[in-house]
Structure formats: structure tokens, C-alpha cells
Design a binder for this molecule. Structure first.
Ligand code: DAH
Length: 339
């Protein structure tokens, strides 16, 4: 009996030693100490032991049992502490390492320029409105006094969708839409994307942005137009900025003008920036053509108004002295970071 117990103990000890994880340890416990375990079956055979031997044998069985239990417990603790060690090592956190640098986003130069333009006009009592980028030819052309067959339809290299619809080639259709709504007087600007089938280069892109402006009220004159745009130019480019209105032609305004501002780089003396002329062109404008008013449901005998339109990219390029429009679309963060 003693030998048998010794064998059980030795076998259990060697199994415990070679166990490599907790579940193997548990297997050992079950196979030795479990209900059907080896040691348990020895206990069950106690009835075959002579009565006077029983206490002694019983004592031996108990000793073996507690020895095996002790070893199991010891092995379990060792394993658990090794696991804890490994986990701690794996999760080690070096608080002395420098933190990861978070890159914060930037407003795009176009956005900055637009917010500046909006700020100036909102300050003068204008509201900001929007129109659709996919537009009826009716609004893009006809109601702006550019009837079918008019050469100005070709000048703008329009993307046509079908015989009635195009990608708007200018923000001016928002003028027609706003007038048609019939709420007078009107003081609005309409920023937005426009499309023209142009090749990409330093000053062209098939998709760019314009800001349209429209004022309709009683007794609006060219003097209001001049005063408004002069004030706008001073706010945008600095107090000493001078403006020059050059006669021009747009189908939807009469009279029409292009506006130049004195070069904010050289003050008008002439430099590389203004190509030596001292002046920089920034927008087109004019008094809303009576035909346009009529087509949009406004009586030209009662109301007059002025309109203007500018390229937003052009404003951004000028204001931030960027010499290539493509930089605005490439979204190279090394470029954008500077604003
Ligand atoms: N729509 C014109 C263009 O794209 C710009 C323009 C000129 C708009 C004069 C106007 C205006 O409202 O009065 O070239």
C-alpha cells in the first residue's frame, strides 16, 4: 500500500512539474484527487485493509493528498505570478516618452478669403444666399439677358448636361433666382462653385468659386455701386486702397465696369505683383439691365439695382500672395499649414 501511494505521489509530482499551463494542472488534480481519481480509489479500497491498519493507512493517504494539494497550489501560484509578470511587461508604459504630436486642421485659404468677404458684406447689411450648382440654361443665360444664340453663351466654355441644363458657369443665376422670389428690397451675396471647361494651369481650373452680389431697391444708382465696392476694397486690402472703374461689357448689366484696386504690394508705383501697372483687377460689376429686372418680375421703372461678381480664388491668391492657383486644390498640408 505504501508503495502504491508513493507511486501515485511521484507520478503526480512529475506531472505537476511538466504541466505548462493552468488547465494542465487542473487535469492533474482531477486525475489524482477527483471523484474517479487515483487517490480517491485508494480511499475507496480502505475497506479491504485490516481494521488495525486502517488509521495508519488513512494517515498515509491524507499525507499524500495534502502533499499533492500543496504542490498543485504552489505550481498554480508560480504560474499565475509568471502570467502577471508577462502581462505587466507587455503593458509597460514609458511615461517619459514624448507625446504624439496631434496635427490640427487648418482653414483653407479659399475659406478664409470667403469668410472675410462675407464678414464685410454682412457688416453692410447683406444676406448670404446659395443657388444650385446644376442649373437651368434659363437661369444661367436667358434671364441674364444672354438669349439662345448669343455669343456670350460660348465665351464661358459651359459644361452642358442636356439641352436645358448645365453646370453653372457663373454665380449670376442666383441673382435671377433671388429676384424671382419677389422679396424686395434685395441686398445679397451668393458665394459658390462654378464650372468651365478650362485646362488646368496657374490661373485656370475647370471648377472654381465666385461670389456674386446683388442690390435691388428704389433709387439705387451707380454712386451706390461705387461707394459699396470702394468700401469693400478698403476693408479687404487696406485703408489706403484706391479703386478704378473701367468701362466694360456684361450682357446683364448696363452700364458695366471692371474694378481695379491699387496694388497693395507697391501702393500703385508698379511692381512684379501688379505687372508694373500699379493696378490689379478684382471684379466685374454694373447696374442691373432693365431686361433682366423685367424677366425676373421686377418693374424697372420702380426699382433699380447693381450687381457684381468676383473670383474667390483670385481674391485668395492676391491676399495671400500665392502665385499658382493649383496650390489651392492640391491640399498639400505643407502649403495649407501656412495660413
Ligand atoms: N458673371 C460674370 C463672370 O462670370 C461676373 C460678373 C460681372 C457678375 C458683372 C456680375 C456683374 O454680377 O454685374 O464673368
Amino acid at each position: 500500500m505504501k508503495e502504491k501511494l508513493q507511486k501515485i505521489q511521484e507520478k503526480a509530482m512529475s506531472q505537476i512539474r511538466s504541466a505548462s499551463d493552468l488547465s494542465m494542472l487542473n487535469d492533474v488534480r482531477v486525475s489524482v484527487l477527483g471523484k474517479k481519481g487515483e487517490l480517491t480509489s485508494v480511499l475507496k479500497s480502505m475497506k479491504d485493509v485490516a481494521a488495525e491498519e486502517r488509521p495508519k493507512v488513512g494517515q498515509m493517504v491524507n499525507d499524500v493528498r495534502s502533499e499533492i494539494e500543496r504542490m498543485l497550489e504552489e505550481a498554480k501560484e508560480a504560474m499565475e505570478s509568471a502570467l502577471r509578470e508577462a502581462k505587466l511587461k507587455a503593458e509597460v508604459l514609458d511615461v517619459t516618452l514624448p507625446a504624439k504630436k496631434n496635427c490640427v486642421g487648418h482653414r483653407h485659404p479659399n475659406t478664409i478669403a470667403l469668410e472675410e468677404v462675407e464678414r464685410i458684406f454682412i457688416g453692410m447689411g447683406y444676406e448670404v444666399v446659395e443657388g444650385p450648382e446644376v442649373e437651368y440654361l434659363d437661369y444661367n443665360f436667358t434671364k441674364l439677358n444672354i438669349p439662345e444664340g448669343h455669343p456670350a453663351r460660348d465665351e464661358q466654355d459651359t459644361f452642358f448636361i442636356d439641352s436645358r441644363i448645365c453646370l453653372r458657369s457663373q454665380t449670376s443665376p442666383v441673382q435671377a433666382r433671388t429676384m424671382e422670389r419677389g422679396k424686395l428690397p434685395i441686398r445679397m451675396i451668393a458665394p459658390g462653385r462654378v464650372f468651365r471647361s478650362d485646362e488646368v494651369d496657374a490661373t485656370h481650373s475647370p471648377s472654381f468659386h465666385q461670389v456674386e452680389g446683388l442690390v435691388i431697391d428704389k433709387n439705387i444708382t451707380f454712386a451706390d455701386l461705387k461707394g459699396t465696392l470702394e468700401e469693400f476694397a478698403r476693408e479687404l486690402f487696406g485703408e489706403n486702397t484706391r479703386t478704378k472703374f473701367r468701362p466694360h461689357h456684361f450682357p446683364f448689366t448696363e452700364p458695366s465696369a471692371e474694378v481695379d484696386v491699387s496694388c497693395f504690394k507697391c501702393g500703385g508705383k508698379g511692381c512684379r505683383f501688379c505687372k508694373g501697372s500699379g493696378w490689379i483687377e478684382i471684379l466685374g460689376c454694373g447696374m442691373v439691365h432693365p431686361h433682366v429686372l423685367e424677366m425676373c418680375g421686377i418693374d424697372p421703372k420702380e426699382y433699380t439695382g447693381f450687381a457684381f461678381g468676383m473670383g474667390l480664388e483670385r481674391i485668395a491668391l492676391l491676399k495671400y500672395e500665392i502665385d499658382d492657383m493649383r496650390l489651392l486644390y492640391e491640399n498639400d498640408t505643407r502649403f495649407l499649414k501656412q495660413f
